[in-house]
Design a protein around this ligand. Structure first.
Ligand code: HOC
Length: 380
């Protein structure tokens, strides 16, 4: 079955077969009418590649350096929440796969293994993604902990001061932890393989958050987390303080406008991730790929510009790099393989992406990433 997965859609299908419906919809879903979610993937088809030939491409070097981190491949596993809900190996599988392929991976403040454990598993550069909580002490504590662990890059998500309108989650009542109430029992019966693994491995934990938050034995929905815990009064001054405190590579995820990109440079960030949160927050917002050239032209010589959203093919990565991105983040691209098959699934997906990039570079006449340029692209 895993051997039948040759692309994103195959892994998505396999994940859908394996996961309880509410969990599949949580990963797969976007906000409102999911216009931005769809546009993310479609945006890559608005331009075509223009290859060169006869350039001597027997050796391909696809390594990049981003925010001071050397990556063997020009993409990394973006931090995503709640991974042990999708497969009992969760972040452990992703950290190991990223280490095997020499790329960076992220642990979320809503991750289901601890930063310390992730560090022990993988020597690959580690990103710690966090949100700006109302509890400023919690924000400081999260940064201190990351410093102690030796996290390479701090990544503050700035597009989520309130929750996107995720109607699929409203319909399914998605909340954590997964409960064995009547609805939970029905899911258990429908997806026994998932349920046996989930309930026979250690209980569901959020090691970055648990000591700070008392859920009182209840459940937490996405909208409750965003509304009750995150601070909508956050400003650039707050972020500037954090960048100073961290005094290392600091990155803002969820930047989309030129004005904000320039502010990020001013306050000393090392990178920005152009992102609309996988279409899960502000529906109708532009695809990061569509906005990339404008941002690279404005700040690309002073800050590392990264993008994510809709990346499903090696050629998508090559198009983003040709426009000037330093690297590309993947999310659902590794989450569906994780849900489908754990670590072997993630490794297969990373390998497929690596092979697609290598093949694409050869066919485009580029032996290193530095040779990609806008000359290789034409917009329709
Ligand atoms: C119950 C809390 O970034 C997402 C994540 C954040 C999830 C918070 C869930 O789904 O967009």
């Amino acid at each position: 079955r895993l051997n039948d997965c040759h692309n994103f859609s195959d892994f998505r299908r396999m994940a859908r077969q394996r996961l309880p419906g509410p969990i599949f919809d949580y990963i797969d879903g976007g906000a409102d009418d999911e216009v931005t979610y769809r546009r993310n993937a479609e945006s890559f088809d608005t331009c075509d590649l223009v290859p060169n030939v006869l350039r001597g491409v027997s050796e391909i070097d696809m390594s990049v350096t981003v925010m001071g981190q050397k990556l063997a491949m020009p993409f990394y596993c973006s931090p995503t929440a709640l991974q042990r809900l999708f497969h009992h190996q969760g972040e452990r599988a992703v950290a190991k796969a990223a280490a095997k392929y020499g790329t960076m991976f992220g642990v979320s403040s809503l991750g289901t293994i601890s930063l310390e454990e992730a560090r022990g598993i993988s020597a690959s550069p580690q990103v710690y993604q966090f949100y700006f909580h109302r509890d400023r002490g919690l924000n400081r504590a999260m940064m201190q902990r990351a410093k102690q662990v030796g996290v390479e890059v701090m990544m503050l998500t700035v597009d989520s001061i309130t929750g996107g309108n995720r109607e699929r989650d409203k319909r399914t009542g998605f909340a954590i932890p997964f409960k064995l109430n009547l609805a939970g029992m029905a899911q258990f019966a429908l997806k026994p393989a998932w349920a046996i693994n989930y309930f026979t491995h250690e209980g569901f934990k959020l090691p970055q958050l648990d000591e700070h938050v008392d859920m009182g034995g209840g459940t937490m929905s996405i909208s409750r987390y965003f509304t009750e815990m995150l601070d909508p009064s956050m400003t650039w001054d707050d972020v500037a303080d954090m960048v100073r405190q961290w005094s290392g590579p600091f990155c803002l995820k969820g930047i989309m406008s030129v004005e904000d990109a320039k502010r990020a440079v001013e306050i000393g960030c090392s990178g920005i991730v152009l992102s609309n949160h996988g279409g899960r927050q502000l529906d109708g917002s532009r695809a990061a790929f569509d906005q990339l050239a404008e941002i690279v032209d404005a700040v690309g010589d002073r800050i590392d510009v990264i993008m994510d959203g809709g990346v499903q093919r090696g050629t998508h990565v090559l198009k983003a790099l040709s426009l000037g991105a330093k690297a590309v983040g993947i999310g659902r691209y590794y989450l569906f393989p994780l849900a489908a098959a754990g670590q072997p699934g993630v490794e297969r997906a990373l390998e497929q992406m690596r092979v697609e990039i290598e093949r694409g570079m050869k066919l485009m006449g580029c032996s290193s990433i530095g040779q990609l340029s806008r000359e290789n692209l034409r917009f329709r």
